[in-house]
Design a protein around this ligand. Sequence first.
Ligand SMILES: CC(=O)SCCNC(=O)CCNC(=O)[C@H](O)C(C)(C)COP(=O)(O)OP(=O)(O)OC[C@H]1O[C@@H](n2cnc3c(N)ncnc32)[C@H](O)[C@@H]1OP(=O)(O)O
Ligand SMILES: O=C([O-])CC(=O)C(=O)O
Length: 464
Amino acid sequence: MMFGRSRFLAKSVSRNISSVNTRRLASTKSLKETIQEIVPAKQEQLKKLKAEHGQTVVGQVTVENIIGGMRGIKAMLWDSSVLDPMEGIRFHGMSIPEAQKALPPAPGGKEMTAEGMFWLLLTGQVPTAEQTQQLSLELAERAELPKFVEELIDSLPNTLHPMTQLGMGVAALNHDSAFQSAYERGIKKTEYWTYAYEDCMNLVAKLPTIAARIYRNIYQPKKSIAAIDKSKDLVGNYVNQLGFGHNENFTEYLRLYIALHADHEGGNASAHTAHLVGSTLADPFISYAAGLYSLAGPLHGLANQEVLRWQISMLSEVGNNFSKDDIKKYLWATLNKGQVVPGYGHGVLRNPDPRFVALQAFCKGHEDLMASPMVKLVAETAEVAPDVLKEHGKTKNPFPNVDAASGCVLYHYGLTQFKYYTVIFGISRALGAATQLVWARALGLPIERPKSFSIDALEKLAKN
Ligand SMILES: CC(=O)SCCNC(=O)CCNC(=O)[C@H](O)C(C)(C)COP(=O)(O)OP(=O)(O)OC[C@H]1O[C@@H](n2cnc3c(N)ncnc32)[C@H](O)[C@@H]1OP(=O)(O)O
Ligand SMILES: O=C([O-])CC(=O)C(=O)O
């Protein structure tokens, strides 16, 4: 039944969206077979592009671009998603609502899944329900951690930030890296991607197991962790191991959350870091561990923890019967202290983030969430903040980003430990980073190494 429905939707979606020549409904092939089939054509496309248009100018670089963190410079190759400043993210050309319609849900669910998004990012194709279920099983079979990684995580003090712990656990997985050992053996460059793929599958499969262990160790140390259930999808198992398996709404929310945060083109700090480290031929585990530490900064992924910290403190000041005026005053107090309003602004976006919109739509579809003071406060803050930030006059984008919305539902459902929130983002971003790591090796992309300038050299260049 689901097979037919998703097939129909996928066909209509692929007719409506700008085409990439690889997009079509996936066949009955496995994920690896599907990628294998696409690799030669992509390699050829890139080779031709370089040979025929290698010298085409795509933009100019100003002194401001260089001083301003390279924002605005178009300088990265990233196939899986593109961010439009006004419209937001598209995954292989597919907007968020289109992906929500096309990607098959988990059995019994409605939301798109991590597996469906991973398949779309890696292949540019919409998988069938059977293919995503097959992928779920494959990931579940890879989910178990090596004993020494469990012991490493268990040995960490519960005062160590969950993101620091996550990065350590992920980096330690490189003990068994297929890529690293194949490189040491001396494999051909054309074979790199298959070993990178093997590591990336293990990375995606084991990340939630590490993340759940960290949660239980820190916040529920006396409870045992559920075993992996091979009949569940990646998020189903993760939620179960977190101890929230009884709450289907929570599971569905995390499916949406993890699919939505997966990829945000190449230049965001976490994806870019993983790509940069991977370009040295470091294995996918240490490449992504580096990406996780980039995600752990408050201007990037850690903003979701900061949002909740800030909204909790606002709620304790304004009380449950708050007015828009109370929120406005609190916003000004934050700004007047010289602090940023967490969850607002963006390096590229110039409109409300469609991921924020999708998460808010989830809340609107659930009565219990609409009755939650925290969910209500987050929604009303988003109505008030843009005008305040416009009046404040600094930020180029006064609208909410995804981090403004992501934590309030977790909080409502009882995952109140906001220092943990970025870990969930980290599980998701692996899908995009892993996609790039596989394709960068398949396309033989070189080590990344932009040129830098000293202030004196720039000054001289500008004066001449
Ligand atoms: C998943 C994600 O990573 S989404 C982003 C998550 N981060 C946050 O929500 C943190 C709050 N937001 C910010 O700090 C910023 O908007 C960023 C980091 C996201 C983008 O930074 P930039 O590209 O430098 O933003 P922009 O060019 O608009 O900044 C101009 C000025 O506005 C300020 N500004 C930007 N956003 C905000 C904000 N939310 N509140 C107050 N001031 C802000 C900047 O600090 C900067 O001030 P300065 O001139 O004194 O240095
Ligand atoms: O695109 C960015 O710079 C930040 C962001 O929203 C993300 O990485 O999801």
